[in-house]
Design a protein around this ligand. Structure first.
Ligand SMILES: [Zn+2]
Length: 152
């Protein structure tokens, strides 16, 4: 937690996850891909907060929630600049700077309707061929795509 009182202080959570340094225009996308619209515990959403380093940024604080590696990879694909902070008893237990994974397994759909992964029950596999902008290539049909569609 920041102690610099020039920065906006959003209420602390006792246990859960803070996703910080989200580009302001990605905050609601993150809410959506993590399925947080249906989450029943407290979520604090801050967006368009001024950050010297990042311009306008967003922050999410999700009480009593810890994310799986697949979920963290989804966050990394959408906003690799984000930081994940695990909070336990008001203390920072872990702080992770995200990186776009080199391989993406299962969580993304292939956009090629004829790809075998869309015809049969086969888990998808992609190589990340470019990071910025992100571009991925399907292992099966070799289609490259810049539009990332997550599996539900
Ligand atoms: Zn494919």
């Amino acid at each position: 937690m920041t102690t610099n009182n020039k920065e906006l202080v959003v209420e602390k959570i006792d246990n859960g996850t803070v996703i910080d340094h989200i580009p302001a225009d990605k905050v609601f996308k993150i809410v959506r891909i993590l399925g947080l619209e249906a989450y029943e515990d407290e979520i604090l959403i801050g967006t368009n907060l001024c950050s010297k380093k990042y311009g306008k940024k967003g922050i999410l604080k999700i009480k009593n929630k810890y994310f799986s590696q697949d979920e963290i990879d989804k966050i990394a694909i959408i906003c690799p600049t984000a930081t994940i902070i695990i909070i336990k008893n008001y203390e920072v237990e872990q702080k992770k700077h995200l990186e776009i994974p080199k391989h993406i397994h299962k969580i993304v759909k292939c956009i090629n309707p004829n790809c075998i992964t869309n015809v049969e029950e086969i888990e998808t596999n992609f190589d990340v061929v470019n990071n910025d902008p992100i571009q991925i290539q399907c292992h099966y049909c070799e289609k490259t795509m810049e539009e990332i569609i997550f599996n539900e």
